[in-house]
Design a protein around this ligand. Structure first.
Ligand code: 3VV
Length: 216
């Protein structure tokens, strides 16, 4: 962890907090203000550009100074995970969490969660295809979402298997679908698919476990 990142992480504890997760995910639309989505998009663009950039020495020197200044300013506004906009802003792609591939939920119902998801330049695996790990990240999040919808509670991933059926393209709106196949006690068996149009890119088979009160 960098020096800057060691700073300004304070725990805000006015909320009852049981275990590692809270019983209910926070849902907000105002944290970070009306332009937080634009801010997130700029961060994503930074990651996209960094992935493909080949800066010369002079530009690297300049970028390091700019990024240091930027990181110092950002570090001053850090807060604990439960109160940050990232992960709770349901009005933004992937709830404002820039570490996830951006997705926009289009359906939440008895058939699970459907979203339009786009892997960006940042998610490059090789030869213009998405990295398999990022595909798994997408399934984990949308799968966790589907589990939360099915049991109305927080769960953790016990296992998650991905079958990579065909290349997952970058910068292409894809359809991701996750649903509860069956529930046995605390066990929520989640299945999922990722399509580029009619073409199946990947499938998920996962188990999420409903957390007990106080469980991390
Ligand atoms: C309309 C707008 C609404 C907006 C709302 C927005 C809501 C959005 C909501 C949410 C979205 C967020 C989504 C995020 C998702 C991300 C989730 C993650 O990535 S989690 C991090 C990765 N996972 C870990 O780090 C877990 C590490 N492992 C553990 O902590 C434990 O092993 C755990 C909790 C998984 C299970 O431990 P135990 O002690 O609680 O339970 P035991 O007794 O071991 O297992 C319970 C049952 O499950 C089986 N089980 C457990 N693990 C298994 C495994 N790996 N394979 C097969 N069976 C397993 C066991 O055999 C047992 O089965 P038997 O009840 O006996 O039948």
């Amino acid at each position: 962890m960098s020096e800057a990142n060691d700073r300004a992480v304070e725990t805000v504890d006015e909320d009852p907090h049981e275990g590692g997760f809270r019983a209910h995910a926070a849902i907000t639309t105002d944290r970070g203000g009306p332009r937080y989505g634009e801010f997130s998009e700029q961060v994503r663009l930074l990651m996209d550009n960094a992935r493909y950039a080949c800066p010369d020495d002079e530009l690297v020197d300049e970028l390091i100074e700019s990024l240091k200044a930027l990181n110092d300013r950002l570090a001053d506004s850090r807060i604990d995970e439960w109160h940050s906009p990232a992960g709770t802003r349901i009005d933004l792609p992937s709830r404002g969490n820039i570490t996830l591939p951006p997705y926009v939920v289009t359906e939440v119902n008895d058939n699970g969660v459907v979203a339009e998801l786009t892997f960006r330049d940042f998610h490059l695996g090789g030869n213009n295809a998405a990295h398999g790990g990022h595909v798994a990240v997408a399934f984990d999040d949308v799968g966790g979402f589907a589990s939360a919808v099915a049991i109305q509670h927080v769960s953790r991933t016990a296992y998650l298997t991905v079958q990579y059926r065909s290349i997952t393209p970058l910068n292409t709106p894809l359809r991701i679908h996750a649903w509860a196949d069956r529930i046995e006690g605390r066990k929520v068996f989640i299945k999922g698919t990722l399509y580029d149009g009619d073409r199946l890119c990947a499938e998920m088979d996962a188990l999420f476990i409903k957390l007990n009160p106080g469980q991390a």
